[in-house]
Design a protein around this ligand. Sequence first.
Ligand code: F3S
Length: 401
Amino acid sequence: MFMRLTKQEQKMLEGAEGHAVQKSMEILVALGEIYGADSLIEVSSVQVSGVSYNNLGDAGLEFLDELARDGKVRVLTTLNPAGMDLENWRNLGISAEFAEKQNLVIKAFEKMGILVSCTCTPYLIGNLPLFGEHIAWSESSAVTFANSVIGAKTNKEGGPSALAAAFVGKTPCYGLHLDKNRVPDVHVHVRANLSKLSDWGALGYAIGMKAENKIPYITGIKATDLDGLKSFCASIVTYGVKPLFYIKGISPASEQQTIPKTTVIIEQADIKNAYDKINDQVTDIELVCVGCPHCSINEISKVAELVKGKKVAKDTEFWVATSRSVKQLADKSGYTRVIEAAGGKFACDTCMAVAPLKGRFKSLATTSAKGCFYSRQNLMKTKMGSIEECVQAAVSGKWNS
Ligand code: F3S
């Protein structure tokens, strides 16, 4: 099937609006034809992943430089985390060579008119779509949050297709942009008790194991909060579910959907099993990182309260990963001073998965199931637990449970 293009889109494809727009149209049309879209639709915002030089390398940097020559975004566009804290990279042990390349990547994005937000929680810093809006986002946890918690509509874009959408202001209309593809196809009933932040990561793992590649309609959740949902969105999509779910009474579109007949149950034993699978055998902890997805101000306030008057262990690093905007709130509220006085470090603009950490730390403690998944790829043994357990690991250098 061929996509219907408007006259203006056809001209863009022929190069009338410059190289970056032409290249973008080629990407969008190719994608649309692969996935059977019949047209492009307007998007109200874009979120671009593929920002860390660690993942991009020189080939990626060249691609961005080429687009930055004449490419300018047409809609609000924000960036995923980069490979380092853009201001305090030395403090996180990043080399000058890496920083130089990472800064060139950021310059290219800036030239395109993209906000250098460098966060996986764009919805906490002003890139907040409305219910039903079409957007083109690429960070998987944010895509899942947008689709499921906000009720906006987006596929999980790759870095280049998100950029293309930003230059054209449109994306091919297929997949999760269409209501017929947003229908839940498995009912997940949760009988487990969720008492701490990391339980949401464990729940995401447990559902991923039982509902792979499906859209779950989840019942049995009595209460949650922003931080729990943010953690759940990161985990459930990492462990295999499509980037859309409904939680009865919480997802805004949950009342418009029918509960599917096929039902799977999540018991307490499934949550325990998730912890058993995510946690490795390790006691000495070299890196503790909270903030995957990036910390909210509420999470930072809890960290500050727990770490106040204590000291991070000599052989352990304690990172609080967050956006620069949320860190500014932490500065104003005095949380930064408390955390840094204890020896903790803020990792703004970056995270443990996209910073060049391979081989640097042997073990990690975190609140995040997704963080554990990616840190294993960076050759770390992982432990997942509550903020309290993570702070305890930071000050003792040991994982106790
Ligand atoms: Fe965000 Fe990095 Fe976690 S991008 S969701 S902090 S792995």
